[in-house]
Ligand binder design. Structure first.
Ligand SMILES: Cc1cc2nc3c(=O)[nH]c(=O)nc-3n(C[C@H](O)[C@H](O)[C@H](O)COP(=O)(O)O)c2cc1C
Length: 199
């Protein structure tokens, strides 16, 4: 059964606090990044929101940008290229970009680090840290499919925000909770955002 409450409860690392960079770029589905931050409230989260994402947050959700930044332990502007996380010496564990625009995705695949988000993703790749990308676009163009394939080869996890129809989601909250839960599964954080499938 899917999580019916829409609430994020019982999240928490397996005894260890992780430093997690959360990027929200200018794709539809800003609520995924926001719910993810909420779920990671016990971790050391570092937030980067692109210019377009700031507009999309206010257009698609009831959240103000400042309220979103309040959920993160640290926030940087996407122009702050001198931020600690832009360096290979930075000790973050994981980077998650949710949602990720196809533009940001393509830049990362090509090794372009022209803003803090893309630069930090390049650091994640070169330092062999976990990089989870949640691209929101449909249909997906051939260039984007090619970039997704390349990123997967480079070790990134490509996790499109696809609903688990077999869990019978009843509303968008159920869908978002499932997607955020899948991200948490990949970084080893326990949650009850969705119930695993049972026959
Ligand atoms: C309201 C709105 C919704 C958008 N949705 C998407 C989307 O779902 N996927 C996507 O790849 N780009 C989308 N875009 C386009 C990106 O925002 C645009 O390519 C931008 O340059 C991405 O830059 P960023 O990744 O630095 O935010 C959208 C733009 C707007 C204004």
């Amino acid at each position: 059964m899917p999580c019916k409450t829409g609430k994020i409860i019982n999240c928490g690392a397996l005894g260890i606090t992780m430093k997690i960079v959360v990027g929200i770029s200018g794709a539809s589905g800003a609520v995924i990044g926001i719910k993810l931050l909420e779920a990671l409230r016990n971790e050391q989260t570092v937030l980067i929101v692109s210019q377009n994402a700031k507009k999309i947050i206010e257009r698609e959700t009831a959240w103000k940008y400042e309220q979103v930044t309040n959920m993160a332990k640290e926030t940087y502007e996407n122009t702050e290229m001198d931020a600690e996380i832009a360096s290979g010496t930075s000790r973050f564990d994981t980077m998650i970009i949710a949602p990720c625009s196809t533009t940001t995705l393509a830049k990362i695949a090509c090794g372009i680090g022209d803003n803090l988000l893309t630069r930090t993703a390049s650091v994640a790749l070169k330092e062999r840290k976990k990089l989870i990308i949640v691209p929101r676009e449909t249909p997906v163009s051939t260039p984007t499919l090619k970039r997704m394939y390349e990123l997967s080869l480079y070790g990134a996890v490509i996790m499109p925000p696809v609903p688990a129809f077999y869990l019978a989601p009843e509303n968008i909250d159920d869908v978002v909770n499932y997607i955020v839960g899948k991200i948490l599964d990949h970084i080893g954080i326990r949650h009850n955002l969705y119930e695993p499938y049972r026959r």
